[in-house]
Design a binder for this molecule. Structure first.
Ligand code: XUL
Ligand code: CO
Length: 444
């Protein structure tokens, strides 16, 4: 049985192709800086947006036409697994990611939920025996059910804390069973709406206790996945504790957790925090904490998490620039935490959307690679900071000065000479490299 009959395997056809269902730039075999594109990008399909999302929004009902919509409960969950592996194969993606509740419906009790999970996990495990698609990460949904109204690990209710721990315990076991590369913690309800009812210190201490217990349990069962925190500044709560990478890092360091976690950076979360995507990637990279990426984009005119498929080539280029400076993503990947628009309701749109995202990141990788190979910005930056490679600058860097010696240096200075930052020149160079890559002849 096929769920996507109108779609054949998506092949690379090059930039001149007019076939909508073909890659124009993403060629998994193409080498970039000694790596196959497929290995560098490590694309992943997000189960929730692709197989669960119904297109509903606060003003209207679901719109998505899906060949599993006539089913319900476990039958629907099983159909989704079949459809998922068909889509993975047709897109030829190496990874996927899911929340526990995406793959199996919640039962009336926690035990029933776990039993449902086990049935579907066994089915997924069977598919994974013959599929090339591996699990990038799994996670526990600790935000949808009303029991998390006050938080999960930061709830004021200790029973909710325990219930949440039980779900993560199960998630770690499932991750181990399916060979997940990472395990993600997005603090969906871990934040607050008003300090008038909130003990922030206790909530954050509890969150740290929760993370320590997760680390201990993963060690105990021999699950060696990379743990990832996914920062987000707001939505659903007014203030989320994992606001951005810098805030998350301070938290991890304060509580002795920084050796066990890295960050899963989502583009739309970065922009909601008032940062660019590349800023968050850079903060993580220079601190050795860049783990994985939730690839999507927001909308300048809309102030919430719209989770659009990434098509902004400046953003994909500057993201790939950071990722390549990081030496790649290690065990992480580019996970499309992205959803088709409500009006893109055909099953085929799922393919158009992933093709758009994969091609956009492929262009980004090609441009970033060229910029790095030719040291376009790197040489400019080296020159800009040249004063720190000699004389007083080198003494500062080597720790050979103090305020007295610096004052002595300053007192004998004449007029200080400064150089232009050349922002506009650099931006036009970026355009030039982008256009050059887009118009260069196809490589097959
Ligand atoms: C929500 C979000 C989540 C996490 C996983 O904004 O990004 O889907 O990626 O829980
Ligand atoms: Co995400």
């Amino acid at each position: 049985m096929s769920y996507f009959q109108n779609v054949n395997k998506i092949m690379y056809e090059g930039p001149k192709s007019r076939n909508a269902l073909a890659f124009k730039y993403y060629n998994p075999e193409r080498m970039i800086n000694g790596q196959r594109m497929e290995e560098l990008m490590r694309f992943s399909v997000a189960y929730w947006h692709t197989f669960n999302a119904d297109g509903g929004d606060p003003f209207g009902a679901g719109t998505m036409r899906r060949p599993w919509n006539h089913l319900s409960g476990m039958d629907q969950a099983k159909a989704r697994v079949e459809a998922a592996f068909e889509l993975f194969e047709k897109l030829d993606v190496p990874f996927f990611a899911f929340h526990d509740v995406d793959i199996a419906p919640e039962g009336n009790t926690l035990k029933e939920s776990f039993d449902n999970t086990d049935v579907i996990v066994n089915m997924i495990k069977d598919y994974m025996k013959t599929s090339k698609t591996k699990l990038l990460w799994n996670t526990a949904n600790l935000f949808t059910n009303p029991r998390y109204v006050h938080g999960a690990a930061t709830s004021c209710n200790a029973d909710v804390f325990a219930y949440s721990a039980a779900k993560v315990k199960k998630g770690l076991e499932v991750g181990k069973e399916l060979g997940a590369e990472n395990y993600v913690f997005w603090g969906g309800r871990e934040g607050y709406d008003t300090l008038l009812n909130t003990n922030m210190k206790l909530e954050q201490d509890n969150l740290a206790r929760f993370f320590h217990m997760a680390v201990d349990y993963a060690k105990e069962i021999g699950f060696d996945a990379q743990f990832l925190i996914e920062p987000k500044p707001k939505e659903p709560t007014k203030h989320q504790y994992d606001f951005d990478v810098a805030t998350g890092l301070a938290f991890l360091q304060k509580y002795g957790l920084s050796d066990y976690f890295k960050f899963n950076i989502e583009a739309n979360h970065a922009t909601l925090a008032g940062h660019t995507f590349e800023h968050e990637l850079c903060v993580a990279r220079i601190n050795g904490m860049l783990g994985s990426v939730d690839a999507n984009q927001g909308d300048k005119l809309i102030g919430w998490d719209t989770d659009e498929f990434p098509t902004d080539l400046y953003a994909t280029t500057l993201a790939m620039y950071e990722i390549m400076k990081n030496g790649g993503l290690g065990r992480g990947g580019l996970n499309f935490d992205s959803k088709v628009r409500r009006a893109s309701f055909d099953p085929e749109d799922l393919f158009h959307a992933h093709i758009a995202g994969m091609d956009s990141f492929a262009i980004g990788a090609l441009v970033a690679n060229k910029l790095l190979e030719e040291r376009v910005f790197e040489s400019f930056i080296d020159e800009r900071y040249e004063s720190f490679t000699k004389g007083i600058g080198l003494d500062i860097v080597n720790g050979n000065v103090n305020f007295r010696t610096l004052e002595a240096h300053a007192l004998q200075l004449g007029e200080i000479e400064l150089q232009s930052g050349r922002e506009e020149r650099l931006k036009s160079l970026l355009n030039q490299y982008l256009l050059e890559v887009i118009t260069e002849p196809a490589t097959v």
